[in-house]
Design a binder for this molecule. Structure first.
Ligand code: TTP
Ligand code: MG
Length: 401
């Protein structure tokens, strides 16, 4: 059975799909969830920045710094994966695997860049449904039942539009799964990678899961798999038919029945917004700085963070700065605010203060900064305090001082 339909998508369908009045009355019968997972995310971000990398084996590394090659592989593009490179393997092993390939490129992770791309991606995905859950830096769910009811044909087109929109905005490919719950949507997204689109309708769930080995079922780890093997459970179908009491004996009274539900494709976990804990932006300065003169470089970072906070309806209660020195050492400072803020000028003001402090402590060491960043945390949707408006009025004098 094929689960990947060949769809032709058109904007009118989607506009129709977004009109909730078209689907009134169908909502309580069924959920439709879309899972989005970016393909080889960190490595693909690097390819967007430098398209020449596309045809080369590309490995993104978390260097531990002890030796030139100590550390682990974060991810790799599919060219490198075809040659055996995998997330989590020692960099030394990846180097060995690619030793014959002169074109191979090994890059360090650039967390801030990926984070910035991720935040834009999440905004795009969220624009398709307010019932949204970010699972990781490159993965999210949306529940589209309230938008399109239980029409899987429209859902399939919407899934395709999500892919197209992400590609149009970021030039990144992703794999999308559409299913009746989070479990099935995620398994659908994993089914065809990279650049896949897999739809699992409710009447296809059983056939989809049936032949798969149990380790493919989300939530089943290597230890569970081992135990299941001892019980004679090899496929997801075996698990779905296994005696519930015996599963409870083997895995406990919660986990045993839970596994059986998963094997039947059942999952009632709602798609829910997880709180955003912090936002950060970092910039490489035009020139390494030995005094606080680069306020102009900070202004766009503060504006970016402010826009993001406002779009999420959040304010921050703590603000921090990070400076990366010319020697690539990290220095940071942070402060707690008396009142939550989200305005760009106040974020700039508070981070500027922290940078002034940082520079006075660096002055004696003759250290220069290469990169400067702002991070806000302790986010909440609290209302502005009165003090913020007072602070606003005194701000101009501070900035021009
Ligand atoms: P994943 O989505 O698991 O992997 P991926 O996007 O690189 O590849 P795929 O096409 O299979 O989805 O993780 C997202 C990012 O998280 C990944 O690009 C790098 C980072 N990551 C690590 O740093 N270490 C790891 O072990 C894994 C699995 C991911
Ligand atoms: Mg991914």
């Amino acid at each position: 059975m094929r689960f990947t339909p060949n769809l032709i998508c058109n904007r009118d369908d989607i506009e129709l799909a977004k009109r909730s009045d078209v689907v009134q009355g169908k909502m309580d019968s069924q959920r439709i969830v879309i899972a989005v997972d970016l393909d080889y995310f960190f490595a693909q971000c690097e390819e967007v920045r430098n398209p020449e990398l596309k045809k080369k084996p590309l490995v993104i590394c978390v260097f531990s710094g002890r030796t030139e090659i100590s550390g682990a592989v974060s991810t790799a593009n599919y060219v490198a994966r075809k040659l055996g490179v995998r997330s989590g393997m020692p960099i030394a092993n990846a180097k060995k695997l690619l030793s014959q390939n002169k074109e191979s490129v090994f890059l360090p992770v650039d967390q801030d860049y990926y984070q910035t791309v991720s935040e834009r991606l999440m905004q795009t995905i969220r624009s398709f449904s307010a019932i949204f859950e970010q699972v990781s830096v490159d993965e999210a769910f949306i529940d589209i039942s309230a938008v399109i009811g239980n029409d899987f044909e429209v859902a399939a087109k919407l899934g395709k539009t999500v892919k197209q929109e992400i590609y149009r905005q970021e030039k990144l490919t992703c794999s999308v799964g559409v299913g009746p719950n989070k479990l099935m949507a995620k398994m659908a997204a994993d089914f065809e990678k990279p650049d896949g689109l897999t739809i699992i309708r409710p009447n296809q769930v059983k056939a989809f899961l049936k032949p798969m080995p149990v380790r493919k079922l989300l939530g089943i780890g290597p230890k569970h798999e081992q135990k299941m093997e001892q019980l004679g459970i090899g496929t997801i179908e075996d698990l779905s038919k296994f005696d519930t009491g015996a599963l409870s004996d083997a895995f406990g009274k919660n986990l045993g029945p839970h596994f059986k539900n998963l094997a039947q494709g059942l999952d009632d976990d709602p798609v829910r917004q997880r709180p955003v804990e912090q936002l950060s932006r970092i910039v490489t300065l035009k020139e390494d700085a030995d005094s606080f003169w680069f306020e102009e470089d900070l202004r766009p970072l503060a504006a970016d963070i402010s826009d993001r906070l406002i779009s999420l309806g959040l304010k921050c209660r703590a603000i921090g700065i990070v400076g990366i020195t010319s020697e690539l050492k990290t220095r940071s400072k942070a402060k707690t605010l008396t009142h939550p803020i989200n305005s760009s000028v106040l974020i700039l003001r508070n981070s500027a203060e922290l940078f002034r402090d940082l520079f006075s402590s660096l002055a004696t060491e003759h250290v220069r900064l290469r990169r400067a960043g702002i991070r806000v945390s302790v986010l909440s949707s609290e209302e502005l305090g009165e003090e913020e408006s007072e602070e606003q009025s005194t701000l101009t004098s501070f900035l021009s001082s």
